[in-house]
Design a protein around this ligand. Structure first.
Ligand SMILES: [Zn+2]
Length: 394
């Protein structure tokens, strides 16, 4: 049921662009609500990764983990010495990104890539630099123990923190307050993610924009994107179109990821013709026979990913958490959300990577705000903490 320590590495990725979620590792490893009595335990990471696999419907789901530099210390707080040693090995191999304080980078990545954040932290001292956290009910997930000694991931209501609460928290941590001052002039990470970058060194191809989904995100140094190798500021190389990712699952295993550009419509099938996505190389011939030549149309816009059935073999959609699936029609487009699965044929499914588009996240907040319907909280959410003292959720 739970992942062994040895199996965890396979569920960590060294690229945030390939991840299904971001993990606030210092928070998870010290979360005594799950995974035994020790003050620190890597077992908790295994429980959380297991829960992520169940949440995404992909047993090979991966996460990008960030840790504070202090996490590797206090080795006596771990069940035994092998755990901090393993943590250091993951850091050295790039599977865990270690920073003096990981919160800022974690939130930058979450905002820029639309990835969910697994953490129980309230990030109170980041609400001014990251106002999108205020009132957020969709992008933060906390590990919750279940009766069978497992963990599930629950969406958190981040609430609205008042300016008074935020400044109190800032005073508590001088260092973070300093980061905030430096943050005034920084380039927002979202702006960096929406551009291509290139290193001024001619021979350097680290940020080559022709790599599609594998393009590396620049590291930020004092608000400026810099080359990791040459340490020089990167040059703006033009706008970058948004991307969405679809995962192809065969008997529950992810066998391929397709990267789709925003503002495109793509046909997927056994032999969809030029410009389409062929499943020929990824599925065995026996199963392939049950897939239509042109099986499914996938339309990616800035706000959504929408599907329409094309072939005679039929396509079924199962909504996240639903027991039953229903057929897609050949007429109407239906939005595919994170956690939904699409059945092309028995044992062959499509699912979305957990990352969402910035515009899609904004729309989700809008609708959850409207659903609350109490004028007080709606007004407070709009104010983003400017004068939201009335609706303080603590
Ligand atoms: Zn370079």
């Amino acid at each position: 049921m739970t992942l062994d320590l040895d199996d965890i590495a396979a569920h960590l990725t060294d690229s945030p662009e390939q991840a299904d979620a971001l993990i606030d590792l210092s928070n998870v490893v010290r979360d005594t609500a799950i995974g035994g009595p020790h003050a620190r335990s890597l077992d908790r990471l295994g429980l959380v990764l297991d829960a992520l696999a169940r949440r995404t419907g992909d047993r090979n789901a991966t996460a990008y983990a960030l840790a504070d530099r202090s996490l590797r210390h206090q080795v006596h707080e771990y069940p035994d010495r092998t755990e901090p040693a393993l943590l250091v090995a993951w850091i050295e191999s790039g599977l865990v990104e270690e920073l003096p304080d990981a919160d800022e980078r974690l939130l930058d990545l979450a905002e820029g890539l639309g990835l969910p954040v697994i953490s129980r932290d309230g990030f109170a001292d980041f609400r001014l630099t990251h106002p999108w956290i205020q009132g957020n009910t969709t992008q933060f997930l906390s590990p919750v123990p279940t009766p069978v000694r497992a963990v599930k991931l629950a969406e958190r209501d981040m609430g609205i923190r008042s300016p008074a609460q935020i400044s109190r928290k800032l005073e508590e941590s001088d260092l973070k307050a300093h980061g905030l001052l430096a943050g005034r002039n920084r380039r927002p990470m979202t702006e960096v993610v929406r551009r291509h970058w290139r290193c001024p060194e001619r021979s350097c191809t680290l940020y080559d924009s022709h790599r599609g989904s594998a393009v590396r995100l620049p590291r930020m140094k004092r608000g400026v994107p810099v080359c990791e190798v040459h340490r020089t500021p990167l040059l703006d190389d033009g706008p970058r179109t948004g991307i969405a990712q679809l995962k192809l699952l065969v008997e529950g295993d992810c066998v391929h990821r397709f990267t789709l550009d925003v503002d495109s419509t793509v046909i997927l099938g056994r032999d969809p013709g030029s410009g389409g996505i062929s499943l020929y190389d990824h599925i065995d011939p026996e199963r392939l026979r049950r897939i239509s030549r042109a099986h499914l149309s996938v339309q990616v816009s800035a706000q959504s990913l929408a599907l329409r059935n094309l072939g005679g073999n039929g396509t079924r959609l199962r909504r996240s958490g639903a027991r039953q699936s229903g057929p897609l029609t050949n007429e109407d487009r239906v939005a595919l959300h994170v956690g939904d699965t699409v059945e092309l044929a028995a044992g062959i499914h499509l699912a979305r990577s957990a990352r969402r588009f910035p515009a899609e996240i904004a729309a989700a907040w809008q609708s959850s705000t409207n659903r609350r319907q109490t004028p007080r909280s709606a007004a407070a959410t709009t104010m983003l903490g400017e004068r939201a003292t009335d609706a303080d959720s603590g």
